[in-house]
Design a protein around this ligand. Structure first.
Ligand SMILES: [Zn+2]
Length: 232
């Protein structure tokens, strides 16, 4: 047992949830668990199948993506996670997947519109899609720049990472986060479901309107407001 045991276990548990929830195939996706007091996070190693993962195989890196402990190569998306932890002091877990429906919206370069109360129960906002990366950013430190692509998109939408815990990276795929790894995994699964519902909604009615403000407010507040009473 050392000081990283807890984040290693949390990162392992989070990663193992992804195939179970149908959010990843093969070695797609990665989950990390952050510890802001220690200034490190634990993340999945690169290219290891989910069934071969163990808590001990999680790699501990600092917020500059330097390896602190671990023998394997950390996930190729490690620098993206590092940028987010460095700039978001209350982010305790990050999830990246290429889940089908959310990725389809990211590839279509569209925000996921809030079409119904399921969406409104989780967020009042459309799930933003970050603009495609510029050629200069692509030519630079790609995974590092992906972190800034996310932070820039939040800023452009005048949102903080506390306002919304899910985003699409244009041309690429979704990222989700939360105060804990469990919440981040939950958000990744919810985002996929919202993406699927929004897609189907537009198939059934291509002219569908967004959910009206009164309903958005009502649903969000009954779950998150001071007088929240909702528990399904
Ligand atoms: Zn990816």
């Amino acid at each position: 047992m050392n000081k990283y045991t807890q984040i290693r276990q949390a990162a392992y548990d989070g990663n193992m949830q992804l195939p179970k929830l149908g959010l990843v195939i093969f070695t797609f996706g990665n989950v990390s668990a952050g510890d802001h007091d220690l200034g490190v996070f634990a993340i999945k190693p690169s290219g290891v199948p989910y069934e071969d993962l163990t808590p001990e195989k999680m790699i501990v890196v600092d917020f500059d993506a330097k390896i602190v402990e671990g023998n394997l190569r950390p996930s190729s998306d490690t620098k993206t996670h590092a940028v987010l932890y460095k700039h978001c002091a209350e982010m305790g877990g990050i999830v990246h997947t290429h889940s089908t429906y959310a990725t389809a919206w990211a590839q279509a370069l569209r925000d996921i519109p809030n079409y119904g109360t399921t969406h409104a129960d989780h967020t009042v906002y459309d799930i933003p899609c970050a603009a495609p990366m510029s050629d200069t950013m692509i030519a630079g430190d790609y995974e590092y720049e992906t972190g800034f692509q996310i932070l820039n998109c939040l800023k452009e939408n005048e949102l903080s990472y506390r306002d919304i815990e899910m985003i699409l990276v244009g041309n690429h795929a979704p990222f989700a986060w939360g105060k804990t790894v469990e919440k981040a995994v939950y958000n990744a699964a919810v985002m996929e479901e919202l993406a699927k519902m929004a897609f189907l909604t537009e198939q059934i009615n291509p002219k569908v309107a967004r959910l009206k403000q009164t309903l958005i407010k009502k649903h969000y507040e009954r779950k998150h407001g001071d007088g929240s009473y909702y528990g399904q």
